[in-house]
Design a protein around this ligand. Structure first.
Ligand code: 5AD
Ligand code: SF4
Length: 492
């Protein structure tokens, strides 16, 4: 495990090792020496700030970057006026890209006031050639750029940056590499994401992810189990297994294993109380998975199952490989087998060729499935994807009207679903102090619903019984009824 390595014992005056992760440990040790020397010379600590701009995978990557920076000797801060600021970007929709350019403008202002400041960019957006060209041309104050495939090399790139004055760009087109045993600094001490696979092979026609995250690669189950055991001994009670399409986990390993089997093994790990996972593609969701979830005492009662559209014709154009009827059947089966489950989804409005009738079909699916929550997105044209070249793009006004209509229905069904739990007593993992009222804490039920209860810091990280007293649309106000988490074996 990484924690056993003492960076100060690494000889940094020799040639760097060629093997990973030893090579990155060596560069971390080199950066650490540089940072210490800086401190001695200038009488102040160097600060670093990691800004996460994307999904859970992106957030997990940010934790890895933070772990490396901390090991390199930086003080970690959320202040973007730090000496080293790295934006971990997203590019799933164009507005994510626009946010990065806005943020860069602000960072340039900070850099003018702090000549020591270094600005770095990484993540999905950096895998797009046009973006790199634009940054080189119009944002030449950026110091370091790398992508999603070589994030494991961050320590080495950081060292190159510290030792030189020029802009460093290192983008890989793809990789089959998975480097284990690098440091990670978790945002929450009691819960953690864990990558079980990287990349995506589905090529939904609107989506840029397969182009920027590469082909599917699964981690060995033994590595995943070992990482979870390490997390448990470090105080983690809830884990979220992460992948673009977790249902196809393990298919390409030398010794193939199903996602359901991985879940069975994870369930055996003592000390883990809650297991979540994200994201499931409906076309690959197996009966075996439903069986495992049904009998599990630890897998949370929540399934995120992106619908994207409720029209078979649009689904076909999207290359989703299921029909409206198949989705409905699947959702019904899941609700039948696991009645207390919450199903959430993603929906895109305004995909090329979408008619008002197609949208009505989507709305109809929302009403039938009664999603517990749905993330609705306006279609965003991503250069290089098949959908971007489709001719029948939908006029903006039609998209906007459709989006508003859908949102209303989504909110109605979500409220109805969430309010069903009024008066129940359920377990919640307390995650933090309430953002608006520091006499309250905020917790999460197994089905992912948020509940606010009176309480203090001592509850954070604990699973306690809460009474769901008042439903406020998407969340509850309640109170703790039982603090004794030892009595219960699971987080359900
Ligand atoms: N436009 C709008 N939404 C998109 N998503 C992915 N690509 C696009 C796009 N081009 C949405 C999908 C996916 C979620 C993560 O983002 O709904 O499930
Ligand atoms: Fe953004 Fe998608 Fe990449 Fe996640 S996988 S960081 S959502 S583009």
């Amino acid at each position: 495990m990484y924690n056993e390595i003492d960076l100060d014992k690494i000889d940094i005056n020799t040639e760097p090792p060629t093997e990973e992760p030893a090579r990155q440990h060596y560069f971390m040790a080199k950066c650490r020496k540089w940072v210490k020397d800086f401190e001695q010379k200038n009488g102040r600590l160097l600060q670093a700030c990691v800004v996460n701009m994307g999904c859970q995978m992106n957030a997990r990557d940010s934790e890895k970057l933070t772990g490396i920076l901390r090991n390199a000797g930086y003080q970690i801060t959320e202040d973007e006026r730090a000496d080293f600021v790295i934006l971990n970007t997203c590019t799933v929709r164009d507005n994510a890209n626009q946010k990065v350019y806005g943020r860069l403008g602000e960072l340039n202002g900070h850099k003018r006031r702090n000549p020591e400041m270094k600005i770095a960019l990484c993540g999905c957006m950096m895998q797009e050639a046009a973006v790199i060209e634009k940054i080189k041309k119009s944002y030449s104050f950026v110091d370091l750029i790398f992508g999603t495939h070589n994030i494991f090399k961050f320590a080495e790139l950081l060292w190159t940056l510290l030792a030189s004055e020029r802009m460093i760009i290192d983008i890989w087109q793809d990789t089959d590499k998975i480097v284990e045993a690098l440091p990670v600094e978790r945002k929450y001490p009691f819960k953690s994401g864990i990558n079980i696979m990287f990349g995506c092979n589905n090529f939904c026609s609107y989506c840029i992810v397969p182009y920027v995250r590469g082909r599917e690669r699964s981690r060995e189950p033994e590595d995943i189990i070992r990482e979870i055991q390490g997390l448990v001994s470090d105080g983690v009670v809830e884990i979220m297994l992460l992948g673009q399409n977790v249902n196809s986990y393990g298919k390409n390993l030398t010794n193939p294993i199903s996602f359901a089997e991985l879940l069975r093994r994870v369930e055996q790990i003592e000390g883990i109380k809650r297991i979540r996972f994200m994201t499931s593609h409906p076309k690959d969701l197996s009966d075996e998975l439903i069986e495992v979830m049904k009998h599990s005492r630890k897998i949370c009662r929540h399934l995120h199952l992106p619908l994207q559209s409720g029209s078979t014709q649009i689904l076909e154009q999207m290359n989703r490989r299921y029909t409206r009827e198949q989705y409905l059947e699947l959702a019904e089966k899941i609700r039948r087998e696991i009645p207390d489950i919450a199903i959430t989804t993603d929906i895109i409005v305004g995909f090329p060729g979408e008619t008002p009738k197609d949208l009505e079909e989507t709305i109809d699916v929302v009403r039938r499935v009664k999603f517990d929550n749905a993330f609705t997105f306006i279609y965003s044209k991503r250069t290089g994807t098949p959908a971007a070249a489709m001719e029948n793009q939908v006029p903006e006004a039609q998209v906007k009207a459709g989006f508003d209509r859908l949102l209303k229905v989504v909110q109605e069904t979500a409220r109805e679903q969430v309010s069903k739990h009024q008066g129940k007593v359920l377990d919640a993992l307390i995650e933090g102090i309430n953002e608006n009222d520091d006499t309250m804490v905020t917790g999460r039920l197994s089905n992912n619903t948020i509940v606010h209860v009176p309480g203090d810091e001592s509850l954070i990280g604990r699973i306690v019984s809460v009474s769901l007293d008042e439903c406020h649309g998407f969340y509850y106000i309640g109170h703790v009824t039982d603090l004794n988490e030892q009595k219960r074996e699971t987080g359900q």
